[in-house]
Ligand binder design. Sequence first.
Ligand SMILES: [Zn+2]
Length: 113
Amino acid sequence: MKKFVLMFAVVVLFAGSQAYAEQEATSAAPAVVAAEGTGEEKVDVGNLICPVGGEEISKMGNGTGYAVEHNGKIYHLCCEMCLKDFQADPEKYTKIAEEEVAKREAEAQGVAE
Ligand SMILES: [Zn+2]
């Protein structure tokens, strides 16, 4: 139950940061999408490490990174440079991001048991 509350807090934080990112992104990078305002449900993968640069997103730039959509999912990158690499080979980098999230979830379960 405690974990659920924590998850909810993270989602709220993401929603707030993406609204902020949307304002910045409109002029800089049209490929960056925000989860809000589209009328569609998008799945936030929630990766904390940039699949391109390998940097922790929370430590880069404004702390929210770049959000990019691929196949209806939101992935997080650390900076605009990585966005270009991501778009050049999205299949490769979405896989890296999802493996990172899966590994983190597996570790979290291991600690709880
Ligand atoms: Zn980067």
